[in-house]
Design a protein around this ligand. Structure first.
Ligand SMILES: Nc1ncnc2c1ncn2[C@@H]1O[C@H](COP(=O)(O)OP(=O)(O)OP(=O)(O)O)[C@@H](O)[C@H]1O
Ligand SMILES: [Mg+2]
Length: 814
């Protein structure tokens, strides 16, 4: 009975081996390594101790790998896997130096002894078998399979357990020093498996013999082995009884009693108070009734509760079942009564929270009206698509407010594993429900708006199953009333949840998922719209955040406009709000210092607060060169302008392309050059000039990959300018695909591109004539400020974009 003092002694005091300083920081780095698979355990090898389920003992973590393991287990709140070394003398045991069957252990607490040695007080939980050791971690790790104990017993087993108890009592009687409590707690142990492990842990036999008991999974065989061992022990004890009696009353006796009392205390704690346990079970029973589960679920819950009743509280499975029952109890099973949607009120709330967005609000109200008139109908899933900071999330919150629902957000960005959505089976160590069920528990009601953020960043399906197909099941009204989470194992009705998705781009959303959704695009705001949003919402909100009152501070419209133009360049309003916050915090400091009562911020004050302008009108910087044209691009974060630069050098007609261009964009450059060759005469370019030059086309900002055909016109204009020497007007931007016959073909993202041009200070935008149908998408104030030229072919484009051929300017053609 010396387990409580056993540990891997020889691993003690790393200082003695002189490696302490070299390895002190190592455990910190463990956290940055690759993640452990869900079915893996962090392994700690020990010498001389076999940990049985239920047993508590102090593990000395001396070896650096053991320390890394203990640190990592504490950080991830994972159990440890304790394995016995087959060769205790080995300093750095590898897989071959270990027994492959061990026990998972929860670390109850860490202790650092005065001499600096670290101890982890562990409690054994459950047997496991190693499937495979894993490489590449600063500690040992292995994929494992848990070995469950049979929940059912039979008369054979019961009989043996009974005999075991009797023999153990007999042994205790032969040891007169043993306090009565040990015998009492032995009687209190429930379940044959638990009893066997308890006795095996206490027995004074060699580690190898204990390991063989641990590895005997078959309960009946294990009980037989133990019975045999106990019988042998009794014989030995009977023989040495006289000796024992002679040593009675010695100092040793006192020490032994002390030791046993210590163990007694741990055992009692481990077993819990019987009274408390019963009360807990009764409470669970009540909670199950109160949760109003569907019949099938309630049956399952009661079945698990029964298992719990039969199980001793300290058993490893106990806490697993307990957690599972907690999940079942806390999920919102009860159907929520949906208050009818008040459309007028919804309109008021949407208007109150968001400026503009008329088309979008109208679409949302239609959606709500349909839901109101036909609540049981299969309504489509809304998906808000657009650049960051345009109000996707906050529209979702408004919808929740307008319908009196709770709002929950679930980010899908980087979700790679189906199990993240659908949960892990309960047989996995540390398994939990997927994040859909988790969100539902957080919401506390099925009557909620669940926003699925970043559907476009959902990871591709791989080894661990396809998350998109799991999501499909969540969203599909045909299937989601019986959504089955792997952990729960029972159906949960998601049909009352109002799902809303958001995305920055549409083309990365898996096709089938996209088909289920009704896409509503939010393209971004003009400077005027931003000004209104800032005045009505952002300034007020930032005033509240800084604790200022409107009477104390004011930001003038000129200042707001300057922030919009010179300090931010975005489709949404997030940075705008941040900069307004910066300005107001500066004001708050001035007022708090007591120098002044009221501060008004004008345009001229900004440089002192926000620093020099962050964005210049790029266009102005580029004026007056030939061979550079301004194109317009669509990006996931709104539109942007881009410059096409062309230059030439003596050569033989080669085309060099740089700037990380995609294949389509490269082809577009080829087409532009061929088109130019075909029109050389018309443009007054000498054929010889084209033949004897190599052309280099570069699109700066090379770090961002660029692709698509819509820069075709700009490429052609840049090349035409290069070879004619005519300068490209620096206030003109253009977009459009070109054909080899010189036609300008329509493109997408018109609104985003036009807004980007406006932001960059462009005054004339050339768009493909066939995009005229998109005119109404362009906000009126943008149309007022920009001249929009519709072009049919590249000749129109050249006429608008290039300065007239001047006599006097030496053209390449001459
Ligand atoms: N039309 C608007 N009226 C008032 N406030 C707005 C409007 N559009 C956006 N905002 C505000 O801008 C901020 C950013 O919006 P939100 O967080 O909803 O952006 P998002 O589109 O979800 O962006 P992301 O793609 O980065 O998640 C919010 O505080 C929101 O209230
Ligand atoms: Mg958002």
């Amino acid at each position: 009975m010396n387990e409580s003092t056993m540990n891997d002694q020889s691993a003690l005091s790393p200082d003695a081996r002189g490696d302490a300083t070299a390895t002190e920081d190592r455990p910190e780095a463990a956290g940055t390594g690759k993640p452990l698979p869900a079915d893996a355990l962090i392994i700690v090898p020990v010498r001389n101790v076999v940990l049985f389920p239920g047993m508590v003992f102090p593990l000395t973590v001396g070896r650096e790998r053991s320390r890394a393991a203990a640190y990592e287990a504490a950080r991830q709140q994972r159990p440890l896997g304790v394995l016995l070394q087959s060769k205790p003398e080995t300093e750095q045991p590898g897989p071959d130096d270990l027994h492959w069957v061990g026990t998972t252990a929860n670390v109850l607490r860490y202790i650092t002894a005065p001499d600096g040695a670290h101890h982890a007080i562990c409690q054994g939980v459950q047997r496991f078998r190693v499937l495979q050791f894993l490489e590449g971690y600063p500690f040992m790790a292995a994929r494992v399979e848990l070995v469950p104990e049979p929940a059912q017993t039979d008369p054979d087993i019961e009989g043996r357990a009974h005999g075991l108890k009797a023999r153990a009592a007999e042994i205790l009687a032969l040891l007169p020093q043993v306090p009565d409590e040990v015998a009492t707690s032995l009687q209190g142990i429930e379940g044959p498996a638990r009893l066997a492990d308890f006795i095996a842990g206490l027995m004074d036999i060699g580690a190898d013999e204990k390991q063989s008991l641990l590895e005997t999974f078959d309960l009946k065989a294990r009980l037989d082995k133990l019975l045999e061992l106990l019988a042998h022990r009794i014989e030995v004890l009977k023989v040495s009884r006289d000796v024992a009696e002679r040593t009675k009353g010695s100092l040793d006796d006192l020490q032994r009693k002390h030791l046993l009392r210590e163990q007694m205390r741990t055992i009692q704690k481990e077993l819990g108070e019987g009274e408390e346990g019963a009360a807990e079970l009764a409470e669970l029973d009540k909670a199950i009734t109160a949760a109003k589960m569907p019949e099938e679920v309630e049956k399952q819950a009661r079945k698990e509760l029964k298992r719990l009743e039969r199980m001793p509280e300290g058993a490893g499975e106990y806490s697993m079942i307990r957690t599972y029952l907690d999940w079942l109890i806390e999920l919102p099973w009860a159907a929520a009564t949906e208050a009818p949607i008040d459309i007028a009120e919804a309109r008021r709330i949407l208007d109150e929270d968001h400026y503009g967005l008329e088309k979008i609000k109208k679409r949302i109200l239609e959606y709500l009206a349909v839901r109101k008139l036909n609540p049981s109908g299969k309504s489509p899933i809304l998906c808000f698509a657009g650049p960051p900071g345009v109000g996707k999330t906050s529209l979702g919150q408004s919808i929740a407010k307008a319908t009196g629902r709770k709002f929950e957000r679930l980010s899908l960005g980087g979700v790679h594993d189906e199990a993240e959505i659908r949960g892990h089976r309960r047989t996995y160590i540390g398994s939990l429900p997927g994040n859909v069920i988790q969100s539902l528990r957080k919401a506390g009601t099925r009557h909620c708006v669940l926003m699925l953020d970043e559907v476009d960043k959902l990871g591709a399906g791989g080894f661990h199953g396809d998350p998109a197909s799991a999501l499909l099941e969540v969203l599909d009204p045909e299937q989601n009333s019986t959504f089955r989470d792997n952990y729960l194992g029972v159906p949960f009705d998601l049909s009352g949840v109002m799902f809303i998705c958001t995305a920055n781009v549409l083309d990365t959303i898996p096709g089938p998922l996209r088909d289920r959704m009704e896409i509503i695009t939010l393209p971004g705001y003009t400077a005027q719209e931003k000004l209104q949003i800032a005045r009505r919402y952002l300034v007020a909100r930032q005033l509240r955040a800084t604790g200022l009152s409107p009477a104390q501070s004011e930001i003038g419209d000129d200042a707001l406009m300057a922030i919009i133009d010179d300090y931010t360049r975005e489709a949404g309003v997030r940075n705008l709000e941040r900069e307004i916050g910066n300005v107001l915090r500066n004001v708050a400091v001035r007022i708090a210092e007591g120098g002044t009562e009221r501060v008004t911020i004008g345009r001229d004050d900004l440089a002192a607060i926000l620093g020099p302008r962050k964005f210049e009108a790029e266009v102005a910087m580029r004026g007056g060169v030939s061979g550079v044209a301004t194109g317009l691009a669509w990006t996931p974060v709104g539109g942007d302008i881009l410059f096409i630069e062309a230059t030439r050098m003596p050569g033989n007609g080669k085309l060099i392309l740089t700037g990380q261009l995609g294949d389509v964009m490269k082809e577009s450059a080829q087409a532009a050059l061929s088109l130019l060759k075909g029109r050389a005469e018309r443009l007054g370019i000498a054929a010889e000039a084209l033949e004897k030059s190599d052309v280099h086309v570069h699109v700066p900002a090379g770090a961002t990959p660029k692709d698509g055909p819509s820069a075709g016109v700009a490429m052609f204009v840049a090349l035409a300018s290069l070879f004619t020497g005519r300068i490209v007007r620096n206030d003109v931007a253009m977009t459009g695909e070109i054909s080899l016959r010189g036609l300008v073909l329509p493109i997408g993202g018109v609104k985003e591109k036009v807004l980007a041009a406006l932001r960059a200070g462009i005054t004339t935008v050339m768009l493909p004539a066939r995009n005229q149908r998109d005119l109404e998408d362009i906000p009126a104030d943008a149309r007022g400020k920009l001249e929009i030229v519709w072009v049919d072919n590249v000749d129109d484009a050249v006429a608008v974009a290039l300065s007239p051929a001047q006599a006097g300017v030496e053209s390449v053609a001459s």
